[in-house]
Ligand binder design. Structure first.
Ligand code: SF4
Length: 262
């Protein structure tokens, strides 16, 4: 039986986890809410899992003599199309609503400018065309066109991520080992990255595909404010006790890890 405890106003329980990563299992326990919990509310735990996976991969890259070259203050990759799963979109929307009004307005202005620039570059129409987002060839071309539009992520400030602790999983998973200057144009330079054994963003995309009946399960980060206006709460559709939701996530992750090995 899990230990029940109270952490501030939210009662929590200890839940065991086991996550398959590159032939080994990350194992341990985490505190999860005892009562009704949504997948969106478990995001901080999922982000911590991702940080551990990324940390292990970074150690392996270091041992192999190809250390991760990403550094604070380098925002070259923050001009790419960032797939934001709808649970992260819900969490970021909630976070933005906690900001002072002036800060919300400044962010809204940055999103507006980014969308306008992408529209002028002809990229928005391609994003809205599912064919460009689902099929590999058109998706690659869309990624190149998006990057060449040179539009920075609205959360990029002075070439650093203003939401670093809560940044999307896709941003955590982008790990480069080639010289950082090559990232100035990945479409012509040989930018080499590290493949994660298990991308937790893809696990969440799968939940998103199922509940939104959307072939993507994610939105481009730059669409966040437009998406938020719909008032959607996707996490409500993957809910239960904290332990139940964590189990559903871990089962899906294990299933996807097995499928990748086959
Ligand atoms: S969320 Fe942060 S890390 Fe991700 S693209 Fe935007 S600025 Fe970069």
């Amino acid at each position: 039986m899990p230990d029940a405890s109270t952490d501030g106003p939210v009662a929590t329980v200890k839940a065991g986890f086991s996550l398959p990563v590159a032939g080994v299992f990350l194992q341990g326990t985490v505190q999860v809410p005892a009562g009704r919990t949504t997948l969106t509310q478990l995001l901080p735990i999922i982000q911590n899992f991702e940080n551990v996976i990324v940390g292990r991969v970074a150690e392996e890259a270091q041992r192999a003599g190809t250390p991760i070259s990403c550094r604070a203050g380098c925002g070259a990759c923050c001009r790419q199309l960032v797939p934001l799963n709808i649970f992260e979109a819900e969490a970021l929307t909630g976070w933005m609503h906690t900001l002072p009004e002036a800060q919300q307005a400044a962010l809204a202005e940055r999103f507006h400018r980014a969308l306008s620039a992408l529209r002028d570059a002809g990229v928005i129409d391609k994003i809205l065309n599912n064919e460009h987002v689902i099929e590999e060839g058109p998706m690659t071309q869309l990624a190149i066109d998006y990057f060449h539009a040179g539009v920075a992520c609205p959360f990029l400030e002075n070439e650093s991520c203003a939401i670093h602790p809560i940044r999307p999983l896709a941003c955590r998973e982008y790990l480069v080992v080639s010289p950082p200057e090559l990232c100035q144009d990945p479409s012509v330079n040989d930018v080499r990255g590290v493949q994660l054994p298990l991308k937790l963003s893809r696990v969440l995309h799968t939940f998103g595909q199922e509940i939104a009946q959307d072939p993507r399960g994610w939105i481009p980060l730059v669409f966040l404010l437009a998406w938020a206006r719909g008032g959607q709460r996707p996490g409500e559709l993957v809910a239960g006790t904290g332990e139940e939701v964590l189990r559903r996530f871990l089962d899906k992750a294990a299933e996807m890890a097995r499928a990748e090995k086959e």
